[in-house]
Design a protein. Structure first.
Length: 292
């Protein structure tokens, strides 16, 4: 797939600010406030805007769909210090986002690092979830097993080891030369206007370090993420052309689910499937949340 179809304009969505402790998170929302909450968590390196098509689809179906610029991404929620990006804090943010909307139970949809947080959240707070959907990111224990037994998967996760090096090295590499290496991450699969806005926001002072602190503060070289058995209905979507998260880890994920589970491969798409195949992904998400 050489290029992505430009998504619906995010300007038609509601723009919100959500206060969590002393932080202020920018967010996008769609649908009636009385609808069941569907909370969407983005990954790296992207923002709430990456869910534009899904927000519209969910909102039009009557759900209250909310995508938040998470800790380190929102300019008002960018604390200094890697200790502020520990997984328990990221999980706590998710709970606060839901409670800001008055939701006792909700649907959770997440990608990439947002997916890692979602697996941990589902482990710790299954009673708060109606359903779980994760894009790209396998269950952490499945990824750990795959990395230990599959040389290709271990090699493909080398970027994590690079990001975890001392502060400044990865930032300089990604942002030098008008952020050429950061732009390359998107592999021409993300609409150019979204790439440009994302590069601009991640070039703000401290922004890149804050987002990389998710890697530095929430994992180790063995990808030891504290996610256990999943006891909520789960949909897992994996893009056939994902360059970093392979099929072995994707297929191992089933062994960590103790609830209704569907594994769906999205052909012709990579980790950016929400923007590469928006109609297919939106239909899969809607089917899942409507059944739960």
């Amino acid at each position: 797939m050489e290029s992505a179809v430009a998504p619906t304009d995010a300007a038609a969505l509601e723009e919100l600010t959500i206060a969590v402790g002393g932080h202020h998170h920018t967010a996008l929302a769609a649908g009636p406030e009385s609808g069941e909450l569907v909370l969407l968590l983005h990954g790296w390196p992207e923002f709430a805007e990456s869910w534009t098509e899904q927000l519209h689809a969910l909102g039009e179906a009557g759900y209250r769909a909310l995508a938040v610029d998470q800790r380190g991404y929102a300019a008002g929620a960018r604390p200094d210090g890697v200790e502020h990006y520990a997984l328990d804090l990221l999980v706590g943010d998710v709970l606060a986002f839901a409670e800001s909307q008055g939701a006792d139970r909700f649907h959770l949809i997440a990608r990439d690092w947002g997916g890692m947080v979602a697996w941990v959240f589902a482990t710790a707070h299954p009673d708060r979830l109606r359903s779980l959907t994760v894009l790209s990111t396998p269950h952490p224990a499945a990824l750990r097993q795959a990395a230990a037994t599959d040389d290709g998967q271990f090699h493909d996760l080398g970027y994590i080891r690079f990001f975890r090096r001392e502060e400044g090295k990865a930032e300089k590499y990604l942002l030098r030369g008008e952020a050429a290496q950061l732009r390359a991450v998107y592999s021409r699969r993300v609409p150019p206007r979204i790439v440009e806005r994302t590069v601009e926001r991640l070039s703000e002072p401290g922004a890149m370090t804050a987002t990389l602190n998710w890697y530095r503060g929430a994992t180790n070289d063995e990808f030891d993420i504290p996610a256990g058995r999943i006891k909520v209905p789960t949909l897992y979507l994996w893009g056939r052309e994902d360059p970093y998260l392979g099929q072995s880890a994707a297929e191992l994920t089933v062994h960590h689910i103790d609830a209704e589970y569907r594994f769906q491969i999205v052909e012709g798409a990579s980790q950016w499937m929400a923007m590469e195949a928006p109609d297919e992904v939106s239909a899969l998400l809607l089917d899942h949340v409507q059944r739960h």
